[in-house]
Design a protein around this ligand. Sequence first.
Ligand code: C5J
Length: 232
Amino acid sequence: MTAVHHIPALPGDFSFDPSTLALLVIDMQRDFLLPGGFGESLGNDVALLRTVIEPLAGLLATARAAGIPVIHTREGHLPDLSDCPPAKLLRGNPSQRIGDPGRFGRILVRGEYGHDIVDELAPLDGEVVIDKPGKGAFYATELSDVLTHRGIRSLLVTGVTTEVCVHTTVREANDRGYECLVVSDCVGSYFPEFQRVGLAMIAAQGGIFGWVADSAAVRAALDSAVSPSPAQ
Ligand code: C5J
């Protein structure tokens, strides 16, 4: 699996070598996705985020079958909140702040039930899980080292939310030289307008931050990358 393959995408084909490709799954955590959880308590409709679960489960299965490394992230903080800047801690509804008790444990605190990834997308043994205190997956984490160590150059980016942690991470990755394809039906926002514009911003201006394609196109390319060519 060393040849270059292509995925039809916006603004043009995304070229990748499967041996240097990874799937990044950003913050598919119960606190953001479960009805009755932190995300919903902020007045958001979690149904919009939950539409991501099924296509992402399918993409995960295809990537795993193709031997593409999967890296999960979780946004959250140490139990003493020493890694949470005051500006983040004090933001939002005063009774529903980071570290406060929520329906699924202390909100966005590592080790709590709500901080972990939804059952449908649970990491497999051996898959990397990056705990990040910020919106971007590179800030104050080991992600750069993990990617360098594995020789990863290209990322399939999925998860929530499109305009916050997905966008921040894609911008960080783009500045570090990684080629990012954002999988349109595997990223989600609480706001339909932000989803539409967030995706458009990535592929605009000739792909200023990266490429955009849906999971059907990505899965077809991964399948054909690992399938033997028909006999000549
Ligand atoms: C937010 C995230 N939206 N994972 N976090 O606060 O996008």
